[in-house]
Design a protein around this ligand. Structure first.
Ligand SMILES: NC(=O)c1ccc[n+]([C@@H]2O[C@H](COP(=O)([O-])OP(=O)(O)OC[C@H]3O[C@@H](n4cnc5c(N)ncnc54)[C@H](OP(=O)(O)O)[C@@H]3O)[C@@H](O)[C@H]2O)c1
Length: 282
């Protein structure tokens, strides 16, 4: 990668950041699309967050990604927040437009794209989602934006599911069903899409549902856990001849959408495949 006196910075603000895959995604895209930008990671502790955000303006940076633990706190330091990011209550991408910082959330958008690009539609679909954390919240908002007709959340504790339910009802007039009970075959038989948003299965062979369950109908099964690539949950789905969406697709698509926000350039399917290969080589 060549840099010169005109090179501008795109950053990642988080703590920690050393395991991030984002530099590989964005430096590849900057080089391919001849953007004179460089993507760098900045390990920023809570107490330095405000001054790190001010640096985006001071250094005339293109913008940044935001990761754990700053996605919520950073909202108080930026100038404007995109509608869905405001509803979600978290920002993972900032664009610097002439010294004004605009916040977006690309997690849910990336997830939705990973479903649409497999040829599925979301309008009027019935969705059951496991987990009720930050990722679930952004996915639920984007699914509701796409016009799904039924949303049910299963989480081990009810309060976060209830909170997401209120957000979705208030902003999209969609009633959300929530419960703490384990998923059974009746649950599976009434939905079109099943999504795991818990970390269960991350670097383990645990499954967020009972692997003895056998769904009757057709069902799209999505896991947002990306390590391992084939989680126990996705293996259960494949064993039952169900189509699956892998967590890596969301990870890459949320990055591609951030690149689009910064540059106006839409990366191609080939870019996505190239980045997936890069990821598999790590
Ligand atoms: N593919 C991607 O691009 C992408 C993007 C974001 C996140 N992720 C992955 O998604 C997962 C969740 O991330 P997040 O940011 O949403 O995390 P989070 O905010 O901590 O939420 C985790 C959710 O999972 C539930 N949970 C956690 N451990 C559980 C267990 N052992 N049994 C049952 N439920 C459990 C939690 O339940 P309680 O509410 O009861 O605590 C919570 O609702 C992580 O593995 C993360 O790496 C992937």
């Amino acid at each position: 990668m060549n840099t010169n006196s005109m090179t501008k910075i795109i950053g990642l603000l988080g703590h920690p950041v050393k395991h991030s895959f984002s530099p590989q995604i964005h430096n590849y895209l900057c080089e391919k699309y001849k953007q004179n930008n460089i993507y760098c990671c900045f390990d920023v502790e809570n107490k330095k967050l405000k001054s790190a955000v001010e640096s985006i303006k001071t250094l005339d940076m293109i913008g940044c990604n935001v990761t754990i633990p700053h996605k919520v706190d950073i909202m108080r330091y930026i100038d404007k927040i995109d509608k869905n990011a405001g509803i979600i209550g978290a920002v993972n991408t900032i664009k610097n437009i002439d010294g004004k910082l605009i916040g977006f959330n690309t997690d849910g958008v990336g997830f939705v794209k990973s479903i649409l690009e497999k040829g599925y539609t979301l309008k009027n679909k019935k969705v059951l989602i496991i987990g009720a954390g930050g990722a679930c919240r952004s996915i639920c908002v984007e699914l509701a934006s796409e016009g799904i007709s039924y949303l049910e959340i299963r989480n081990r504790s009810i309060d976060k599911a209830e909170e997401i339910g209120k957000i979705v009802k208030t902003n999209f007039n969609l009633d959300v069903v929530y419960d703490t009970k384990p998923i059974d075959e009746n649950d599976l038989n009434k939905i079109d899409i099943l999504i795991n948003t818990t970390p269960i299965g991350m670097e383990s062979n645990l499954c967020p549902i009972d692997e003895r369950l056998i769904p009757k109908g057709n069902l799209l099964v999505c896991d947002i856990v990306y390590k391992p690539h084939n989680t126990a949950f996705l293996n259960w789905a494949k064993k039952n001849n169900l189509d699956v969406v892998h967590g890596i697709d969301m990870l890459i698509n949320q990055g591609l959408h951030a690149f689009y926000i910064w540059t106006g350039i839409k990366a191609t399917k080939e870019d996505e495949e190239y980045i997936k290969d890069l990821y598999n080589k790590i």
